[in-house]
Write a protein that binds this ligand. Structure first.
Ligand SMILES: [Zn+2]
Ligand SMILES: [Zn+2]
Length: 369
């Protein structure tokens, strides 16, 4: 009989005899605490997540589904894409690294970061992604792609975390924590051709012959430029909208993709919040809530884009306002079933979409479970 089973049985007997007060007493016994701790630590530390790296599918997961508005249950913008054994992170919103750590995602296998734009809800955790993937054993500097300006963001985060790197190298040794592999390399992605009023340019951000990542110009003015990304891998494809007003060229660039992750702002809900702020005499918030309506898309807008692009699955993320229950979900997606009866879902942090290679199948799971 193993230790856990033995102590578990003893605890059960005592609890049965003494009741709730007995449980309290039993849980204060060091040997019981040790057995429980050992069991929990093994479950977490020996957890094997390597299956998500298997090269039998293109995978994508939501590591942050919230907009800048506070939401205790969702990290800010972050989508992970897994292809060829590497994890690519599109936006590193605040709290998103913590999600990956809790879920046991082997982030040392990070292949790069792709920024859609530089609003803080999309970049906040870059330093955490770099520091932790390095500490866990990343083998090379971290490639960071994004619109021009990415050099400044990378330089700023590098400087902010530089002292921490020196502490860790001093403490654990340069062999384990090399200053060379800690570095980040900025790759500005420049759109092809002259700017057009339609904002319909693209650029190949990355192409290794098997995985191709295309930057797609979107409309998040006055943020110029702002990108979405399309990942194509072995016949399967994932598109991520980033932040954008309803944008026709995105539908064109997302043509026939398997999955479109699209931002979702409940415009009617935001107008109600604006009215409440106005009633309360909060002119500053009233102003901001008015302004944000111009550069985001409603779920119905996103559904129309998804239909036009002929994507198989539409996944909503980047929710404004925060949605924490069925009522809010229903309000946010009002009108969507009329436009797109099937093939859409509301994501949560952890939502995982798997696209097996050589098939049309789409499997939905959750990394948080
Ligand atoms: Zn955003
Ligand atoms: Zn934004």
């Amino acid at each position: 009989m193993n230790r856990w089973l033995k102590w578990g049985l003893i605890a059960l007997v005592i609890v049965a005899v003494l009741g709730g007060a007995g449980a309290y007493v039993v849980l204060r016994v060091p040997a019981v605490q040790d057995a429980l701790f050992d069991r929990m630590a093994r479950a977490l530390m020996l957890r094997d997540r390597s299956a998500i790296l298997k090269d039998d599918a293109l995978r994508a997961f939501v590591c942050g589904s919230s907009s800048p508005m506070p939401d205790p249950h969702r990290a800010k913008a972050c989508i992970g894409v897994i292809a060829g054994g590497k994890i690519y992170i599109v936006d590193t919103g605040p709290q998103s690294y913590g999600n990956l750590a809790v879920w046991g995602v082997p982030i040392q296998n990070i292949g790069g970061v792709f920024f859609t734009h530089f609003h803080s809800d999309h970049i906040g955790d870059l330093g955490e992604f770099n520091m932790n993937s390095w500490a866990l054993g990343r083998k090379a500097p971290l490639d960071v792609y994004g619109p021009p300006g990415v050099e400044r963001v990378v330089a700023g985060f590098s400087e902010a975390y530089a002292l921490d790197q020196t502490y860790r190298t001093a403490h654990h040794g340069a062999e384990l924590m090399s200053p060379e592999t800690w570095k980040m390399i900025a790759h500005p992605v420049v759109l092809q051709g002259e700017p057009t009023p339609a904002r319909d340019r693209t650029a190949v951000a990355y192409d290794d012959g098997t995985l191709k990542v295309t930057a797609i110009e979107v409309n998040h003015a006055p943020v110029e430029p702002a990108y979405g990304y399309r990942f194509d891998y072995k016949g399967r494809s994932v598109v991520i909208s980033g932040d954008t007003a309803p944008h026709e060229p995105l539908a064109k660039a997302a043509k026939d993709a398997d999955v479109l992750f699209h931002e979702a702002q409940g415009q009617e809900m935001v107008r109600k919040l604006q009215a409440i702020a106005n009633e309360a005499g909060n002119t500053r918030l009233t102003h901001i809530l008015h302004d944000i309506q111009s550069y985001h898309s409603s779920p119905v807008d996103a559904a129309k884009i998804a239909n036009e692009a002929n994507v198989k699955l539409l996944v909503f993320y980047h929710f404004t306002p925060p949605i924490q229950n069925m009522v809010a979900e229903a309000m946010l997606t009002r009108g969507v079933p009329e436009v797109r009866p099937n093939g859409w879902l509301i994501s949560h942090d952890g939502t995982l979409v798997e696209l097996p290679i050589g098939s049309q199948e789409i499997k939905i799971g959750n990394l948080a479970h």
